[in-house]
Write a protein that binds this ligand. Structure first.
Ligand code: MN
Length: 198
């Protein structure tokens, strides 16, 4: 049995305004994420997945058409928890040096991330991942997640329309700029970079 309380927001629902409104957080976290958790609980009831961790469920159901609904809901819980923890209000940490070294400059990294997120067709996520030794920017469609592909997530951006439509309407590029310039929790990113090297 999973609960929303296991995946708490690390800030209040109004803390990311004006970049992401309280209404968006209340809908996105309070309704969408809550629904993925409810659906997951119903789907795993009376199955062996009831006693398995979220990441194990994702890895066990990935690529299996007969388990697609469980995968989708479990991966959405994981992806959203990662997304919400990857932001902070009034963040002060600097972009980690490893990202500057890998992409040439902070500006190059942001441009490549923005380009990927802008070009993602339909619903999905843009990610910074570690794939082996290499830092990469990738897109995943719908609920798909790097942990189903042996890659380690470092940062993600939800570009499903529900993530930005109340605040930005069709202006996804402006949402991406707000995220990269004002919302990324670089301390969280630095921790993920360090852990992914162990
Ligand atoms: Mn979402």
């Amino acid at each position: 049995m999973f609960t929303l309380a296991q995946y708490p927001l690390p800030y209040t629902t109004d803390a990311l305004a004006p970049y992401i409104s309280q209404e968006t957080i209340e809908t996105h976290y309070g309704k969408h994420v809550a629904t993925y958790i409810d659906n997951l609980n119903k789907l795993i009831q009376d199955t062996p997945y009831e006693t398995v961790s979220l990441t194990q469920i994702i890895q066990d159901t990935a690529g299996r058409p007969d388990q697609q609904k469980i995968f989708n809901n479990a991966a959405q819980v994981y992806n959203h928890d990662f997304f919400f923890r990857g932001m902070c209000p009034k963040c002060t940490a600097e972009i980690p040096q490893e990202i500057i070294d890998s992409f040439g400059s902070a500006e190059n990294f942001k441009q490549q991330f923005k380009s990927a997120a802008t070009s993602l067709f339909g619903s999905g996520y843009t990610w910074l991942v570690r794939d082996g030794e290499t830092l990469k920017i990738i897109n995943t469609g719908n609920a798909d997640t790097p942990i189903a592909h042996d890659m380690t997530p470092i940062l993600n951006l939800d570009v499903w329309e529900h993530a930005y439509y109340l605040d930005y309407k069709n202006r996804r590029a402006d949402f991406i700029d707000s995220f990269l310039d004002n919302l990324v929790n670089w301390e969280f990113v630095a921790q993920n970079l360090a852990q992914s090297q162990q």
